[in-house]
Structure formats: C-alpha cells, structure tokens
Ligand binder design. Structure first.
Ligand SMILES: Cc1ncc(COP(=O)(O)O)c(C=O)c1O
Length: 438
C-alpha cells in the first residue's frame, strides 16, 4: 500500500542516514519523499509537485524519466547488465570511450572509469603522482589546489578541497597541499573584480610553480565555475595561463569537469573555451544524464604510456567493482546521442541568452548582488544577514514548488536543459517571491 508523504518521511528518518545532512534538522524540516518524476518535475506522495531547478545535485541534463534514456537502459538490460572490466570488456564501454575521446579536447584518448565524482578525483590524483614515479622523477608528492575548490568527499579528494564545512572535521586525516589564490569571484566575467582576481591568481600560480614545481605533481582546478564554494566564476584565460605555466614547469594539469562537463558552461567541456588539453580530465554527474553513477578520467597518450609495461606492478592497479558498468555506459551513450541529434549545445546557447533576459527581475532585484551566468548556470547572492539563510530560502522555495538549495547566501539555477521557457519564467517568478520572503 502506498503511504502518505509524512509516513514515508518518518520511515526514512528512522532507516536512512541522509547525505550532507544534520539528521536532527529533519525533526523540524520534513524530508520530501518523491513518488515519481517526469521532465523537470518531482512529485511527492501527496500529489504535490516541485520544479527541480538544480538538476538533482547537478546531474540531470535531459529531465527525469527521459524516454530515450529509459529505452536505452531497458534495451541494455536484455543484453548485459554488468561484467567486471578487468579481463573483460563490452560494447557500451568501448563505444563510450571512443566517443568521449572524440568529443574531449584533443589528445585525451584513454578512458579509465570509476563510479562517483570523488572516485574520479582519486584516480586522477593517483595517476598523476604515479606517473612521475614511473618517469623517474622523484619528490613530486603534492598537489596545488585553488582556494574554494571542491573535488569530492573521500579522504584524497577532501585533501585537495577547500570548503571548510566539509573538510575541517577531518583535518588531522588530510595531507596538507599548497593552496593557491583562486581566480573565481561572485561576479560576472566582465566585472573589474573578476579581471583583477584572474590577474592575481595567474601571478600567484607563476610564482608558486617557479618555487615549488619540483615537489608538485599536479594543479587541480574546476574549470570556469567553482560550484560547491558558491558558483564562483572566472574567465577562460586563467585556464590557458595555467596550461602554459604547468607545462613549462613539468606539472600536470587536472581539470575536474565533474560538474562543468557535458555542456553546463556552454561548450561540451569548459576546457574548450581556453582551447587547451589538460593531462587528466575528470567527468561524472551529467555523463549518464543523472541516471546512474559513472565517472571517468580521460588521460593523454603520454600518461597512458608511462604505465604500459611488461611489469605488472608498473600498471595502474586501481579498481572499483562497478567500473565501466554496462547499464551506466549505455545511459551515457544515450546522452551523447541526444546531444548530437538535438544539437543541444547550439540550442542551449540561444536558451542561455533567453534565460538571462528572463532572469532580469532577479538581476535587478534590490537584494540581489553579483548576478552571474556561465552557459546555463545562473547564480546570484542575496543580501541577508540573518542566520540560516540557505535553510530558510530552501524551505520557502519548496513551499512555492521549486527546489533550490543555496550555498551560503548564493542562490543558483542549474536546471535540466529540457526546461521550457514557460517553466523558466515560473522559476524566476517564484524565486523573486522567495527572495522577497526569505
Ligand atoms: C567539481 C566537483 N568535483 C567532484 C565532485 C564529487 O562528485 P561526487 O559527489 O559524485 O562524488 C563534485 C560534486 O559536487 C564536484 O562538483
């Protein structure tokens, strides 16, 4: 028998330890049990609906219950659901690897798979460190990272993350890695603050590498948008400079496109906007359109060659049981098919411009600061000095049928690309209401 939303919420509180959550808060703020989802909408057990304006933690690209992705997974179920990827291979993983190599910045032709984003970060960090050892370069055991950077919650990924809320409790467990100034700011690219921050960050990187390249394996960055620290954005010229400088100083560049990949910033991958190829490119989230956990690290021929040897122990002996899961790879192929058949990047470019115009009431709202946009990601900060802004805002938003989870005082939209203009207008109208109320 199907229960009410309140019943499911109570059972969940008892049995499920929810992620990134102080469970006690759910004594006051009810969980939202979702009975079904379709397009941009989530529906609870009492028939209420919510517009998923943040793509379910930045994963959903083409709406919930997308018929084309559903069909691809269903068809794959009849062939092979999963087989271990050591010693075996299968059509979806081969085709996906070939297509990712063709789409990614030139030269990234070797795909190593993980499950969640954090596992891709771990893989990239290990590959980079190991590469230098294999090449006989000793002492490179640090990673340069950017202020405000976020790369996941596992111990290695947290050690290159700079978000105190997630990191501080585990400080004693984390290796200390050099922290560099970030070019990212809560302002549009053309804002003088953004230009200044970019100049300063490039100078700091130049100076750091001149002094510490010998102990640095890689620089890890979130290209163009630093998501988890509050959608801080920066122009492509930082990436171009980082590529030139890291190459000059023999340091890898790891591009964490776990959030920015698959069109979010307006190009398939954010790195394209700086016309550069990183040594390692981390992908996840949108890769399966938000259906199944899958992540991937694309590596250059040079990185791959450093591990190719007669000696087994010189291989990259890293694995996860579900590496290259066939259902997930098939979902990812369906996602790439949609990109191609629907000319999604071109359609999104026009859509991003329309959304910018339609969001004008927010950009000009007297309590809104730092309105910014990169591709279909829109963010702004709300002037509000009272406690627990994010929680109050999220609660008020839910009351108005929209799902928004601010980061600090930053509100952002990262909806599925399939959101219609009519739905976007609804989102803006309700968000203005929430800004007024929260
Ligand atoms: C840039 C970036 N890297 C890594 C991660 C971690 O991914 P996951 O949550 O799938 O482990 C995230 C998640 O938000 C992210 O935004």
């Amino acid at each position: 028998m199907i229960g009410s939303a309140a019943e499911w919420a109570a059972r969940s509180r008892q049995a499920v330890w929810h992620p990134c959550t102080q469970m006690k808060q759910h004594e006051r703020m009810p969980l939202v049990p979702i009975a079904r989802a379709s397009g941009a909408w989530l529906y609870d057990y009492d028939g209420r609906r919510y517009l998923d304006a943040i793509g379910s933690w930045w994963v959903n690209l083409f709406g919930h219950a997308n018929p084309r992705i559903n069909a691809a997974i269903t068809s794959q179920l009849g062939e092979v659901e999963h087989v271990m990827l050591a010693g075996f291979t299968h059509r979806p993983v081969i085709e996906l690897s070939e297509r990712l190599a063709a789409l990614a910045p030139r030269g990234l032709s070797h795909a190593f798979y993980g499950s969640d984003g954090a596992s891709a970060t771990e893989i990239a960090l290990k590959m980079s460190f190991h590469y230098w050892r294999q090449r006989g370069v000793a002492g490179k055991d640090r990673y340069a990272r950017l202020a405000g950077g976020y790369h996941g919650e596992t111990i290695g990924a947290l050690s290159v993350t700079d978000v105190g809320l997630f990191r501080d409790a585990y400080g004693p467990l984390l290796r200390s890695h050099p922290l560099l100034p970030s070019p990212g700011v809560h302002a549009a690219f053309d804002d003088p603050d953004s230009q200044r921050a970019t100049d300063d960050a490039i100078s700091a990187l130049e100076q750091f590498l001149a002094e510490h390249a010998a102990t640095t394996a890689a620089l890890i960055v979130e290209p163009l948008v630093q998501g988890a620290c509050g959608m801080a954005m920066y122009p492509p010229r930082y990436l171009a400079a980082a590529r030139t400088l890291t190459r000059r100083h023999r340091v890898h560049l790891i591009a964490d496109e776990i959030m920015t990949g698959f069109g979010r910033t307006g190009t398939m991958f954010a790195c394209e906007q700086a016309a550069m190829t990183p040594d390692l490119l981390c992908l996840s989230k949108g890769i399966t359109g938000g259906y199944l956990p899958l992540s991937c690290v694309l590596a250059t021929d040079d990185v791959y060659a450093a591990f190719y040897d007669d000696d087994v122990t010189r291989g990259f002996l890293h694995s996860h049981s579900y590496t290259g899961n066939a259902l997930a790879c098939r979902a990812a192929l369906a996602v790439l098919d949609i990109f191609r058949h629907d000319d999604v990047l071109v359609v999104n470019r026009a859509k991003a411009q329309r959304w910018k115009n339609m969001a004008a009431p927010l950009a000009s709202h007297p309590r809104v600061r730092g309105f910014r946009q990169c591709g279909t990601i829109i963010a702004f900060d709300v002037d509000d000095v009272q406690e627990a802004f994010a929680q109050r805002f999220a609660t008020e938003a839910l009351r108005r049928e929209i799902v928004l989870r601010p980061i600090g005082n930053t509100v952002y939209f990262m909806p599925p690309y399939t959101l219609t203009d009519h739905e976007f207008a609804f989102l803006v109208e309700r968000a203005v209401d929430v800004v007024d109320a929260a």
